[in-house]
Write a protein that binds this ligand. Structure first.
Ligand code: ZN
Length: 331
């Protein structure tokens, strides 16, 4: 409780020193064309724009901008390697499409900001402790491989451009921001196999929770499928990077790789969400993470999550969380 008050005081100071920011209109995918159109046959086609994508572009209002006309704001600043930085004119960014590097820049800004909006909508920073109140750097297309990653030492995320540009899929962006969130809660979180697996699982869970919250559910593709668009270049239909509704069970399905083993944990989170609804589930899952150690085991993290359910919502929520973890062999 003492640390809660201290953190709340810090948040107040930051809020006072930093204005709410300005807004600008921009064009994004919401959250990705496969999910929006329900079309598993869309292809990257070497980053070409085509009429098949037209119905997936959405005009949105970017918030929290610093007014410089660049993609710099309260929670993220976008850095491009190509020298072609998105620039707003008169409160509007041009309607960039997917064949422009600037489109991925706008996507990164918008979806990191929406993820933070989601956290605040749950009460983090008002009734609950603030989460990840810092400006991270999003580097776009600086990495040639089809991978994205979070660098805790630099508090940034890098979105790769192999296959479908990772910045074209909001679920990839929010997954990476999930790592930033956990690092913001527990510095250096994820130092071994089980804690690292929890990190991957939480990124996947947050990706689905944020995009369903922002874009609406039910979705035209399986909600439990993560990164339906990024994965078209390396998976068969229905395209998924990973799923939240798998049947992996601890310990017999452990393979020693954080993304694969994360599917044990993410299924438990998804089951808590099915039992309690998105708002309660995400709130207790994220609040519990403050109590994790950076090298937590599955079991200790499950116990902390059940305790958060009990603390926030009482015995029936705690028993729903216990069942979700027990079903996976984690308790
Ligand atoms: Zn990850």
């Amino acid at each position: 409780m003492r640390s809660f008050l201290a953190l709340a005081a810090v948040a107040t100071v930051i809020g006072a020193a930093s204005p709410a920011g300005t807004t600008a209109s921009a064009t994004v995918f919401n959250p990705n064309p496969v999910q929006q159109l329900g079309d598993q046959n869309l292809a990257d086609d070497k980053d070409a724009d085509s009429p098949g994508f037209a119905a997936a572009y959405r005009q949105v209002t970017l918030t929290g901008l610093d007014g410089s006309g660049t993609l710099t704001g309260r929670y993220v600043r976008v850095k491009s390697s190509t020298g072609k930085a998105a620039t707003a004119d008169g409160g509007a960014f041009p309607a960039y499409h997917r064949d422009s590097d600037q489109f991925e820049q706008v996507m990164a800004y918008h979806w990191v900001t929406r993820a933070q909006d989601y956290l605040q909508s749950l009460g983090f920073g008002s009734t609950l402790r603030p989460v990840n109140q810092r400006q991270i750097e999003a580097r776009i297309n600086q990495f040639g491989g089809d991978n994205s990653f979070f660098r805790p030492d630099k508090a940034n995320i890098t979105l790769g451009k192999g296959g479908v540009d990772d910045g074209e899929d909001a679920e990839v962006i929010v997954h990476e921001y999930g790592h930033s969130v956990q690092d913001g809660q527990v510095t250096g979180f994820g130092t071994n196999l089980e804690s690292g697996s929890i990190g991957e699982a939480f990124g996947d869970y947050l990706a689905v929770a944020v995009t369903s919250w922002a874009a609406g559910a039910p979705t035209l593709t399986d909600e439990a499928c993560v990164a339906d668009w990024d994965s078209v270049s390396y998976s068969s239909a229905p395209h998924c990077l990973r799923r939240l509704d798998g049947t992996k069970h601890y310990p017999q399905d452990v393979v020693g790789e954080v993304h694969a083993d994360g599917e044990i944990w993410s299924r438990a989170l998804y089951d808590i969400r099915a039992a309690l609804g998105d708002r309660k589930a995400s709130t207790l899952i994220i609040d519990a993470q403050f109590d994790f150690t950076k090298d937590t085991s599955f079991r200790a993290a499950a116990q902390a999550t059940v305790a958060a359910a009990q603390r926030l919502y009482g015995a029936s929520a705690a028993s729903a969380a216990t069942k979700a973890f027990t079903d996976r062999g984690l308790l």
